[in-house]
Ligand binder design. Structure first.
Ligand SMILES: *Cc1c(COP(=O)(O)O)cnc(C)c1O
Ligand code: SF4
Length: 328
């Protein structure tokens, strides 16, 4: 593991063979999954393995994490860097697209690797931790850019840092006078909830400023009891919880699945924030839902759930224009 990663919570399945031995993929699927794993990172935590119904090839949890040979086929229009962050990178690890807020990517490891990930060409277990000097340069950029009022930690998944390192970064950013709020984007509370322990909660408090945590989850079943408990620990520490989802064929592409998802979020004190249209990363076409269908689903959701539970349906515009609301 790269320096700074805390130790995992229990067993983590990182290869096609391990997935087959755990009974999550069929023996006949191992060779195909091995070829996928050679190109794109694979990781299934013990917690997530327990959520997958291995008897159901269409299981909405399994679909998100189990490698599939279709990933090796790049469809027309699929891009290595669909969000086009490159031109908006003033220093390594920082993305500054909007004047008032900027992303800091301290590492590129995640607790699990989603098969539809828009950053799949760069995320992985052994790449992308900023060196001490690079992190220092990135923090100095935040200190020297007074227009930035919000620092958004993403990656990768910042909750994969040790609580000590995360606390140091948040304390440093929180001490910058022009930074008013901090945000962390993470899948850890639903993918490896045991990591949300007292030390991690204390690290968030080290910011000394309001902390918003945007939790990535796409299906109601991701809000299992340990995840709800982890989110409760964050909420009780004063963290404001937001929900982020991706509209995915086979996972949440029905009104009932979306209603179930947002209701599971609000029961866990998470306010739905964004529903993202799928970004066209390589090999993700099997998850694609046409825009018109997505708009109809979101329209049908309106009126069925509390107004505050309706996520904003957005697409990342090609060429780096940022998030744009989807309209009919
Ligand atoms: C998504 C994103 C943000 C955060 O945008 P919000 O609409 O405030 O959630 C900030 N910077 C970049 C580059 C982004 O892609
Ligand atoms: S958690 Fe986010 S960054 Fe990590 S693999 Fe999933 S979609 Fe990609």
């Amino acid at each position: 593991m790269p320096d700074g990663d805390s130790t995992g919570q229990g067993r983590v399945l990182r290869s096609a063979r391990a997935l087959r031995e755990a009974g999550l993929i069929a023996p006949g699927a191992e060779a195909g999954a091995t070829a996928v794993a050679a190109r794109y990172a694979v990781s299934v935590t013990d917690h997530v393995a327990g959520l997958i119904d291995a008897a159901d090839p269409a299981d909405p949890i399994g679909l998100q994490y189990l490698p599939h040979p279709a990933e090796l086929v790049t469809a027309p229009g699929e891009l290595d860097d669909p969000t086009a962050d490159g031109p908006f990178t003033p220093v390594k690890g920082v993305v500054h697209r909007y004047p008032d807020r900027a992303l800091l990517k301290p590492l590129l490891a995640c607790p699990v690797y989603c098969r539809f990930c828009f950053r799949r060409e760069v995320v992985g277990p052994d790449g992308g931790v900023l060196s001490a000097a690079e992190l220092e340069a990135a923090l100095a950029w935040f200190e020297g850019t007074p227009a930035v009022r919000e620092a958004i930690l993403t990656g990768g998944d910042p909750f994969m840092l040790s609580p000590r390192r995360l606390g140091e970064i948040l304390a440093r950013l929180g001490a910058v006078p022009h930074i008013e709020t901090l945000r962390v984007h993470t899948r850890v509370p639903v993918a490896d909830p045991g990591r949300v322990d007292a030390a991690l909660v204390a690290a968030l408090r080290a910011a000394g400023k309001p902390v918003f945590v945007a939790v990535h989850a796409n299906h109601a079943r991701e809000f299992a009891a340990p995840a709800v408990a982890a989110l409760g620990r964050l909420a009780e520490a004063g963290v404001v919880l937001l929900g982020q989802s991706v509209l995915l064929r086979g996972v949440n592409d029905s009104v009932s699945a979306l209603e179930g998802l947002v209701r599971a979020m609000i029961r866990a004190r998470v306010t739905p924030y964004y529903l993202h249209a799928l970004d066209p990363a390589p090999g993700v076409a099997r998850f694609s839902v046409p825009d018109a269908e997505g708009l109809a689903l979101v329209e049908a959701l309106r009126g069925r759930v509390p107004g505050f539970a309706l996520p904003r349906f957005v697409r990342e515009s090609a060429g780096g224009g940022g998030k744009k609301p989807m309209r009919g």
